[in-house]
Ligand binder design. Structure first.
Ligand SMILES: [Zn+2]
Length: 163
């Protein structure tokens, strides 16, 4: 690495200084030209917007239905299955089933598969079905002339002479 001021090879730790508004990496000799330090911004890892639903988060275009709790409960009741029974069937505690039905717990992918198999209920939805982006309308009937008032009163170039 070379000093961005004098061009000499920087030996040891380079100094980061703001010199005349520019962020420069300089040698110890040139560090005195700037009194402000700057810190390089590390490249940010892409942040996932989706919630922390464990296994489900890696499914890109498939998401959990909003009313999964209701769906589970209805499917269970339809099959005349008690909470206890369903819990046993999916290999979970009763409290887990109750939480799922109250939507206090987000099922893992494995759990969703089990519920689907046992209750014959679909809890996943493809993103494009459940999430439609309504295209925003472009500005209609608005022209530049409406936005910028060109006419300025009292600022006319022509002089009117009155006799
Ligand atoms: Zn230098």
């Amino acid at each position: 690495m070379r000093c961005e001021v004098c061009g000499r090879e920087i030996r040891g730790q380079p100094f980061r200084r703001i010199i005349e508004g520019s962020r420069l990496t300089v040698c110890s000799q040139c560090a005195r030209f700037g009194d402000e330090e700057w810190t390089p911004t590390p490249p940010k890892p892409p942040t996932k917007v989706r919630g922390s639903t464990g296994d489900l988060s890696r499914l890109e275009d498939i998401t959990l239905v909003e009313d999964y709790g209701r769906r589970i409960r209805e499917a269970r009741e339809r099959m005349n299955m008690t909470v206890e029974e369903l819990a046993r069937r999916i290999g979970e505690k009763e409290s887990v089933v109750k939480k799922l039905e109250r939507e206090e717990l987000v099922p893992s992918e494995a759990l969703v598969q089990k519920l689907r198999r046992i209750l014959k209920v679909e809890l996943l939805i493809r993103e494009e079905e459940g999430f439609k982006i309504s295209s925003s309308k472009p500005l209609e009937g608005r022209r530049l002339g409406d936005l910028i008032k060109i006419k300025e009163e009292g600022a006319e170039d022509t002089e009117e002479e009155r006799g």
